[in-house]
Design a protein around this ligand. Structure first.
Ligand code: 1MF
Length: 186
């Protein structure tokens, strides 16, 4: 994945636990680089090693780390030059989810090494939808849960998420049921 992802993990760990803890995690993950470069591609294994090492050092399960990271990613990219990209992708949660493939298509134009996932929304009720998540990568469903939570924060929307289909159970993609309620709505 692009270095931006690893940089975001680094930033999350640093800002929550400090420099020393980050160095400990980096060492345990056997990352010998001085720093990550946003627009360079890194093997997914680097990201997986970071999550695994962070899990060991912080005594937090890998899936909880991925979930926290998903939420962090929404904030981080908004601050790190992708605010406009996020702004034009929707004014509320369902609209944003509906536009995710367009968002990734826009990024792919400039960064062809992007290997974007694909999201499909199925409206269930006025305030509920099923989100289908197709990815070339495995094991990122907990991150998607965090991403949706992060979008909930972004749009001040209360969200309830449940995974309803799991690739670990042999399905070809993960699915989530999402209930949402605008916090200003009565
Ligand atoms: O292939 C990739 O490197 C890659 C990296 C990040 C593919 C997708 C993503 C974003 N995605 C990560 C989890 C899913 C990965 C997968 O299943 O394969 C999160 C998608 C997402 C979901 C909900 C809400 C917001 C989301 O992301 C918004 C977003 C997506 C991509 C970027 C920024 C914000 C992005 C921008 C530039 C990138 C890489 C990703 O690369 C750079 C960065 C700096 C300089 C040059 C290239």
């Amino acid at each position: 994945m692009y270095g931006l992802v690893n940089k975001a993990i680094e930033d999350m760990v640093r800002s929550n636990y400090g420099e020393e803890t980050w160095q400990e995690i980096k060492q345990l993950a056997q990352i010998d680089l001085e720093k990550f470069v946003s627009m360079e591609g890194y093997p997914d294994d680097v990201t997986h090693r970071l999550v695994k090492a962070a899990s060991q050092v912080l005594s937090i399960s890998p899936s909880k780390i991925m979930e926290a990271f998903g939420a962090y990613w929404v904030q981080y990219t908004a601050q790190e030059g992708y605010g406009e990209l996020l702004d034009m992708s929707g004014d509320d949660l369902p609209e944003f989810l509906e536009n995710l493939d367009n968002l990734h298509a826009r990024v792919s134009v400039s960064f062809p090494k992007l290997s974007p996932p694909s999201f499909e929304c199925e409206e269930e009720q006025e305030n509920a939808l099923t989100l289908h998540y197709h990815s070339q990568r495995e094991g990122l469903a907990p991150m998607v849960i965090g991403l949706i939570e992060g979008l909930g924060e972004r749009f001040e929307t209360e969200v309830k998420i449940q995974q309803t289909q799991d690739r670990n159970d042999g399905f070809d993609h993960d699915s989530f049921s999402i209930e949402y309620k605008d916090k200003s709505a009565k």
